[in-house]
Design a protein around this ligand. Structure first.
Ligand SMILES: [Zn+2]
Ligand SMILES: [Zn+2]
Length: 245
């Protein structure tokens, strides 16, 4: 399994980083995990051929994770001229949310006669699904119910486990998400400002011993957090980082 961090930024592009977008490659298949508003730029900059992707998996429905879907779909229709089936997977409500985000971004686009089959797949905690040759297990995160259910994911394949928090405040569910994973990519939005819907570094550091994984990699950092990151013992994600769990 190989993960390329195409976007390691927060919602605001702090530090010039792209919104969250991870390219997951396993067993010859490629999948996007989150596709935020700036992700088409990130995909083009990295030279990722969209038709080589079998699908997209979303952690929640905020624009910096989900907002790239309209242009991804329109690119598939009009630019990449996709013919292969596409899986669009995510929390409960993924199909209705797709219609909403398409209509908000490009009114009328949701009734396109798509030239490729789209299969929607809901992922719910406690019910692992197979996606792109991986087993995908969802964990409930604590972020924003209006943009959820908000999920973290464990991707398992080839004897390796990669865990991704999506966006979340500290929750004991992170312990289960990380348990035995080869790597955990976890949001760390602020340095020490405690928020109800995001993690700060101090809180994460206090709970580090509960996370049973050898690699904790921080992402989704705001400007204040980025200003501190070089002093930290944990790995920090950056656009272009490759993670091989
Ligand atoms: Zn976010
Ligand atoms: Zn969010």
């Amino acid at each position: 399994m190989r993960i390329t961090v195409l976007g390691s930024g927060d919602a605001f592009g702090s530090g010039g980083r792209f919104n969250t977008c991870l390219l997951v490659e396993a067993g010859g298949q490629r999948l996007l995990l989150d596709c935020g508003g700036s992700s088409m730029v990130a995909l083009n900059r990295a030279g990722i051929a969209r038709n080589g992707l079998c699908g997209l998996l979303f952690s929640h429905f905020h624009g910096d994770h989900f907002g790239g879907l309209p242009t991804f779909l329109l690119d598939a229709q009009f630019v990449s001229r996709r013919t292969a089936p596409l899986v669009v997977a995510g929390p409960a409500g993924i199909e209705a949310r797709t219609t909403q985000v398409l209509e908000a971004a490009f009114p009328g686009a949701s009734v396109n006669a798509w030239r490729f089959p789209i299969r929607f797949a809901e992922v719910t905690p406690g019910h692992p699904v197979a996606l792109a040759g991986l087993s995908v297990e969802a964990f409930p995160m604590v972020h924003d119910d209006r943009a959820g259910p908000c999920l973290g994911y464990r991707l398992s394949g080839g004897g390796k486990v990669f865990a991704f928090s999506g966006d979340t405040a500290w929750t004991p569910a992170l312990v289960g998400l990380a348990d035995g994973a080869d790597a955990l990519l976890v949001e760390c939005y602020t340095w020490d400002t405690q928020l109800a819907n995001h993690l700060d570094y101090r809180t994460l550091a206090e709970h580090r011993a509960e996370l049973h994984t050898p690699r904790v990699i921080l992402t989704h950092m705001n400007a204040a957090m980025l200003a501190r990151e070089e002093d930290l013992p944990e790995e920090r994600a950056y656009d272009g980082m490759v993670i091989e769990p």
